[in-house]
Design a protein around this ligand. Structure first.
Ligand code: SF4
Length: 101
């Protein structure tokens, strides 16, 4: 095992903080499925649904979907498919969470 694989890109003696990524179903997938053109909240909901349809199928079978979703929600990620949620879906969820206190 290479040092980088064991300790991350920095090569220092700390555990990899994002080890859930190693189990991501999208590791070998085309990144364009998760960060498609026209996949941000400025497009229409229909365009967003179409842009992320293939990526969502991969997310549906991902074992680390909860970790991925929490990661994106905690960082208020504005782009891309995370945890099987589009930017608009994450925005709605964050708004509901803020409203609930
Ligand atoms: S939930 Fe989707 S975007 Fe997140 S790690 Fe899994 S496959 Fe990748």
């Amino acid at each position: 095992m290479r040092l980088r694989d064991r300790y991350g890109a920095w090569g220092i003696d700390t555990p990899r903080a994002e080890s859930w990524r190693d189990r991501a179903a999208c590791r070998e997938a085309d990144p364009k499925l998760f960060f498609p053109k026209g996949g941000d909240v400025t497009g229409s909901p229909g365009a967003e649904t179409r842009a992320y349809a293939k990526g969502k199928k991969i997310c549906a079978g991902c074992l680390v979907r909860p970790q991925c979703a929490v990661y994106a929600l905690a960082r208020d990620e504005r782009y891309g498919l995370w945890g099987g949620m589009t930017p608009r879906q994450r925005q709605r969820l964050l708004n509901r969470m803020k409203a609930a206190g």
